[in-house]
Design a binder for this molecule. Structure first.
Ligand code: ADP
Ligand code: MG
Length: 618
């Protein structure tokens, strides 16, 4: 057998190593911003084109590099930050591996311009796929600009693997937030495709948070502060009312470095216990300072995870400090969340009068009066109230309908197991109610000839809203309710930009927008099916869904938008429905094109066959 082991050529080895450091444009952004901070810059500008796929450029006013250092900076393991192994244990810089620039240069076209503070002339270097293609003296400003073009130009597989621009932009913004929050005294700007997305002047932490997340954030912040022998902790938590379904605003910094720590996150959650629903996540911006010797940041290549010497003590301190702060700001009333786990009402409502999960009929509840709003139930189909008939069950399912409201006995419904006929509905006089029951404020039960049908109320309403909104958005004929007073909502700057991008589609669903501010939005009209109080929540969820997954255009984008809106607008489980509401919901459901599955492909209806029940009684 011949020998088969070979040494990989340098450029292949470099590309492989680069994969560890650079997963996506956001990784480059993080490394370049951190290098600029390590160079003692006070002003840093990030410039992007096409979510960083075409260009990522970072300009700083830091120390700059000598011509020799500039060349060396692209070599692997070339760093000015540690000299001996012991230095690893007293790190106060972001970088130390000397790998970032080498990795980036292996997979992109990089140009570096740099000049040291005390020099007249600087240096310009171009590197392509690890090869230095030009180096020359240049008249450049003090500090450093590194421009990274055509990321993954030589690894098409990696380039194709990148997500859509909005998704990659979201990742970049996340990294930008982390770096900018950790260094409020440094000024940062971020420009994307010529739009100035962030302009953050030097400030304190509180001001920085507000500049990033919008002016309304200020009143949501509760300061947290404690100093002990092993730990200094300060920063802010968001008041419990502002806890969110998503984990968006959760930031831990240890010695000014953003870290992920499920363990410490748990400590914060523990401090909020009893104040927020278990399904919600508290927001926090916490800055921990510990002795660098007591942590090991070297355990993860991208350095967002660290190991603490004394985790248990930190956990206890974080939890106690936050509890204390929440108590001091007297926002820790005793609330009881020992309730039906299926309840999914918004936090605001969970300390109101509880709704017991029975199958009682709530006769006082009229979905079309204003009291419906207090329950946060939305039944928009008033116009169909009088025409609600069970005959809609058959629309689109079977053509054997004979005369209006009566059906031939042979009629079979395809979604039921078997032998369901129209006569069932005639016999049981459906319109007066009593034909459906509600189980655990979640399921609508209806007897059918073959047994019974169980409808999931939340998923059913999602399907109804989905089809209605989708129709509106495609044929552009939404019904809009004009608001007496325009709604003024505050979002972060990128969120406003995300909304602006889909403004037209949103208008087709019934939204009427006034002015878009930098971080504010005025809404003059909302879709007919939406309650005013839901507007902000629906848009917030929509932004999140869009950031998480954006198909590029056309039908799938409308589908995503409508799916998200239908989900947040649909009546929740845990809401008691009276007979009229139940009947209405069922009618609407069977007028849908696809009543049996939800927009996200879950079953909406199941049937239980009497034959199966019979077997249970043997
Ligand atoms: P590391 O940051 O781990 O040292 P990098 O590959 O990121 O490794 O950078 C290599 C070296 O290049 C740094 O140690 C630093 O000396 C120099 N360098 C990189 N970026 C800058 C910058 N913006 N300003 C000054 N020096 C820089
Ligand atoms: Mg670095």
């Amino acid at each position: 057998m011949p020998d088969i082991i070979q040494l990989l050529p340098d450029h292949v080895a470099n590309q492989i190593a680069a994969g560890e450091v650079v997963q996506r444009p956001a990784s480059v952004v993080k490394e370049l911003l951190e290098n600029a901070i390590d160079a003692s810059s006070t002003s840093i500008a990030l410039l992007l084109k096409d979510a960083g796929k075409t260009l990522i450029s970072v300009t700083d006013n830091g120390t700059g590099m000598s011509p020799a250092d500039a060349l060396l900076s692209f070599e692997r393991h070339a760093t000015s930050k540690i000299k001996i192994a012991e230095d690893l244990f007293k790190l106060n810089t972001k970088g130390f591996r000397g790998e970032a620039l080498a990795s980036i240069a292996a997979i992109a076209h990089v140009s570096l311009k740099t000049k040291q503070q005390d020099q007249q002339i600087g240096t310009k270097i171009n590197v392509q796929g690890s090869k230095v293609v030009a180096q020359e003296p240049a008249v450049v400003p003090k500090g450093t600009t590194i421009a990274v073009k055509n990321l993954f130009f030589n690894i098409p597989a990696r380039r194709n693997f990148l997500k859509s621009n909005p998704v990659e932009t979201r990742h970049i913004i996340d990294e930008f937030h982390r770096v900018a929050l950790a260094h409020p005294s440094i000024s940062f700007t971020m420009t994307h495709n010529d739009d100035l997305v962030f302009n953050l002047p030097p400030s304190n932490v509180r001001q920085r948070i507000v500049n990033i997340f919008g002016s309304k954030t200020n009143e949501k912040l509760v300061p947290v502060e404690e100093t002990t022998a092993i730990l200094k902790i300060d920063g802010f938590v968001l008041k419990p009312d502002f806890a969110k379904k998503s984990r968006g605003q959760q930031f831990f910094f240890v010695n000014d470095r953003f870290i992920k720590s499920p363990y410490l996150n748990h400590a914060v959650n523990a401090a909020f216990e009893g104040l927020i629903k278990p399904s919600l996540h508290p927001g926090y911006f916490l800055f921990l300072e510990v002795d660098p010797q007591s942590i090991d940041i070297n355990i993860h290549p991208t350095k967002t995870e660290i190991k603490f010497d004394d985790e248990h003590a930190l956990y206890a301190m974080v939890r106690a400090t936050i509890k204390h702060s929440l108590g001091q700001f007297s926002i820790a009333p005793v609330l009881d969340f020992n309730r039906e786990s299926s309840l999914d009402t918004p936090y605001d409502y969970s300390n109101k009068k509880p709704i017991s999960p029975t199958i009682d009929v709530d006769r006082d509840f009229n979905p079309f009066s204003t009291s419906a709003k207090q329950k946060n139930i939305n039944f928009p189909y008033k116009r169909d109230k009088d025409t609600a008939h069970w005959d809609s069950l058959y629309v689109g399912l079977n053509d054997t309908k004979t005369t209006e409201g009566s059906y031939s006995p042979e009629t079979h419904l395809t979604f039921e197991s078997d032998q369901v006929t129209g006569s069932l509905f005639e016999e049981q006089s459906p319109v007066g109610g009593g034909l459906t029951f509600q189980l655990q404020n979640k399921y609508i039960i209806s007897p059918i000839k073959s047994g019974m049908m169980v409808i999931h109320q939340h998923l059913a309403h999602q399907r109804i809203l989905y089809e209605e909104l989708l129709k509106n958005i495609t044929v552009h004929q939404a019904v809009s309710q004009q608001l007496l007073f325009p709604l003024e909502l505050t979002f972060s700057i990128p969120d406003i930009q995300a909304l602006q991008k889909i403004q037209e589609q949103l208008e087709h669903t019934g939204f009427v927008f006034g002015a878009f501010g930098e971080d504010t939005l005025s809404i003059k009209g909302i879709p007919a099916a939406l309650l005013e109080g839901q507007a902000s929540m629906v848009l917030e969820q929509l932004i999140k869904d869009i950031m998480d997954e954006v198909p590029d255009a056309g039908f799938s984008q409308n589908d995503l938008l409508v799916r998200s809106m239908a989900k947040s607008m649909a009546i929740k489980t845990g809401v008691s429905l009276n007979s009229e509401e139940r009947e209405h919901l069922v009618n609407q459901l069977f007028m849908c094109k696809e009543p049996s599955i939800s927009p996200s492909n879950q079953a909406v209806i199941i049937t239980l066959d009497a034959n199966d029940l019979d077997k249970k009684f043997i």
